[in-house]
Structures are given as C-alpha cells and as structure tokens.
Design a protein around this ligand. Sequence first.
Ligand code: 5GP
Length: 115
Amino acid sequence: MSSETLFTKIVNREIPADIIYEDDLLLAFKDINPQAPFHALVIPKQVIATANDITAENSDVVGKMYVAAAKIAKQEGFADDGYRLVMNCNEHGGQTVYHIHLHVLGGKPMGWPPY
Ligand code: 5GP
C-alpha cells in the first residue's frame, strides 16, 4: 500500500510535528494528544495500513519500530522504570490513523487492563 496518509504528510514535512527520531525507514514524533507524560508514535515511512497488513515481507521494518521504541525509552530515561508499547488495530482496537504506529507511553505507572 502506498497511498498518502496523515502520517506520510508528517514524513514529508507537509504538516508539522515534534520529531524525535528519524532514520531511512522510520520516523518518531510526539503524539498531538498525549495520554501519558511521554507519548510518542513510531511509524514506518512506508504505509502499512493496519497490523493485519504486516507480512513476512515487511516484518523487518516492524521489528525496527520496536528497536527504535526501546532506544527512545532509554534516551528519555524511563526504560528501566518501564513503559508501554501499543499498536491499535481497526475499529475495536481504537485505531484512527490507518498507517501503523507504535505508541510509546511512559513517565508514570500504567494500569491494566486498558478499558
Ligand atoms: P490510533 O488511535 O490510530 O492508535 O492513534 C493515532 C494517534 O495519532 C492518536 O494518539 C492521535 O492523538 C495521534 N494524532 C492524530 N493526528 C495527529 C497529528 O496531526 N499529529 C500528531 N503528532 N499526532 C496525531
């Protein structure tokens, strides 16, 4: 899938975002509506619409999203205390932007289950 999404507009600097990490495959930026003291989104630059679209062929970049998330948590200083990584899928998962993204939430203890 290669259509433009809200997040490809952030990748292309067509809309502003507080970018905290970038490499050739990934971008990470602060969430516009933070749900924790620290809340960022790690995205692949290529459009993968939902978790259902993750395949053996594109799973490499998905693994790299987790590597980047852990790097961000260490840089932000909450890796040892702990944090939450979330990828919502489709309507019941609460997904609103159809370009996969890993929520990186940290800076406070979080409850479970999330409903
Ligand atoms: P989802 O609900 O799809 O799992 O998460 C989408 C996330 O994108 C939400 O947490 C929402 O606050 C965030 N978001 C939506 N629009 C923008 C935007 O224009 N800029 C940024 N930085 N985050 C956005």
